[in-house]
Write a protein that binds this ligand. Structure first.
Ligand SMILES: Nc1ccn([C@@H]2O[C@H](COP(=O)(O)O)[C@@H](O)[C@H]2O)c(=O)n1
Ligand SMILES: C[C@@]1(CO)OP(=O)(O)OP(=O)(O)OC[C@H]1O
Length: 160
């Protein structure tokens, strides 16, 4: 059986010197406001993986009321979520992720994000797509108030 999952997350900007996106530190004039490291891309990806198996969402497993998650590297959430997926007998077929950000320009960082995510999930880099788009200046992302991410995954039952 194959199953599809979708995840969506938004984080606002606050003072800082880089953005953590897809497990990569991207130089920028601001950072993400969050309880963890604020990696909005990984949060959306975790929600897509959890959603694909109707397991709930990231806040259910890693609540922002738990001090253990304060400042935590979101790659650890992703690694743990993939373990849950595999423990139920599923493997990731592919993930397609769209980052909505007016700035910074993400193109130079796309491939290292793909490699970082693929390594964390123990899949091939060809199974992980990351794309970026602006909103042509429209809305909160267009005004540079933060970043939104959509993630879609297909998971498939692992063959015996
Ligand atoms: N933060 C971003 C946003 C976009 N890109 C790249 O630019 C292309 C054009 O973006 P539009 O929003 O004008 O369609 C887009 O396809 C991305 O390749 C980017 O690198 N970083
Ligand atoms: C990741 C968690 C936990 O540290 O906090 P944040 O980094 O604030 O991220 P968010 O996507 O708002 O919610 C999930 C939280 O449980």
């Amino acid at each position: 059986m194959i199953r599809i999952g979708h995840g969506y997350d938004v984080h606002a900007f606050t003072e800082g010197e880089h953005l953590r996106l897809g497990g990569v530190d991207i130089p920028f004039s601001q950072a993400f406001k969050a309880h963890s490291d604020g990696d909005v891309l990984i949060h959306a990806l975790c929600d897509a993986l959890l959603g694909s198996l109707a397991l709930g969402d990231i806040g259910l497993f890693y609540p922002d009321t738990d001090a253990r998650h304060q400042g935590r590297n979101s790659l650890e959430f992703l690694h743990d979520v993939m373990s849950k997926v595999r423990s139920l007998g599923y493997e990731l077929n592919n993930a397609d992720i769209t980052v909505i950000a007016q700035a910074p320009k993400l193109r130079p960082f796309i491939d290292i994000m793909r490699e970082t995510l693929a390594t964390c999930m123990q899949v091939a880099v060809t199974q992980v797509s990351v794309k970026a788009t602006t909103t042509e200046g429209l809305g909160p992302m267009g005004r540079g108030e933060g970043v939104a991410v959509h993630a879609v995954v297909i998971v498939a039952e692992a063959s015996l």
